[in-house]
Design a protein around this ligand. Sequence first.
Ligand code: CP
Ligand code: NVA
Length: 307
Amino acid sequence: MNKKDFLTLKDYDKDTIETLIGLAGDVKKNAGKYKKILSGKNIALLFDKNSTRTRLSFEAGISQMGGNAIYLDAASLQISRGENYSDTAKIFSGYLDGVIIRTFEHKTVEIFAKNADIPVINGLTDSYHPCQILSDLFTIKELGLLKPGLRFTYLGDSNNVASSLMIGFSKLGIAMTIGSPDDYGPGQGILQYCNKIPGSDIRVEKDPERAVKNADIIYTDVWMSMGDADSKDKIKKLSDYQINKNILKYASSDVKIMHCLPAHRDEEISSDALDSDRSIVFLQAENRLYAQKALLAYLYETSWVPE
Ligand code: CP
Ligand code: NVA
């Protein structure tokens, strides 16, 4: 089977991640070069969960690269009546050239990738969101900040986005701090995995003020991810971890604020922080398009050369 998947950043080494980030910059500058890479290709988006950015950036990106995107609400497929993922993957392989999957259990994308002859891209699972992190790393690079010495803090619930950030930063050998309370910090599995990566430097800090001290970038995400049960206890435990005017006093005076969006305004981030001139969330969201196109160029075309 000669195809490449993108399930987590675990499968990608430092050089490839850096190449993808560089390629995203090239796509942003020279869109014309990438117009035909997906010519004649049909790529499906099989989504079990809602999406605005991931869906639209892939659909627009695929179309801009000459391909055809087919959006599939998983609830309308025979999967929802019990047809299994391995059979579905074989069927998809007969008609399509690739699939982007957004679902609950990470195992689902692994089963799909194992049984499909076409590239499988993880568009978010309960465990990881690698497409988001590719765009985030590109955004940080674009601002000239992606280098050792960067003080980067993820504040809040250590969820799928946090895990993928931990993998991405560890692979690049750049330190990061996770500021999370007891019960909502990173699991031992992901910590142990990252700690084994040469150059990994992940600090877990329970005190939110210490976690953001002198930070150049503070990143947060929702406290209740898709599929999470509502929990008052979780909201209470995370309440001191909101990005707001007060917490920002501890960060660098030039701190940048990141959020993968959608935001629950005035929960994990105050509206004034989200809308402030420190916030780069809309650049981050726009860059999803270029990162997605870079990933597609990498998966489908081996002869590109970033300028
Ligand atoms: N950040 C992100 O993945 O957004 P969507 O859920 O809108 O795709
Ligand atoms: N952690 C969030 C990210 C949404 C883009 C979720 O999984 O719902």
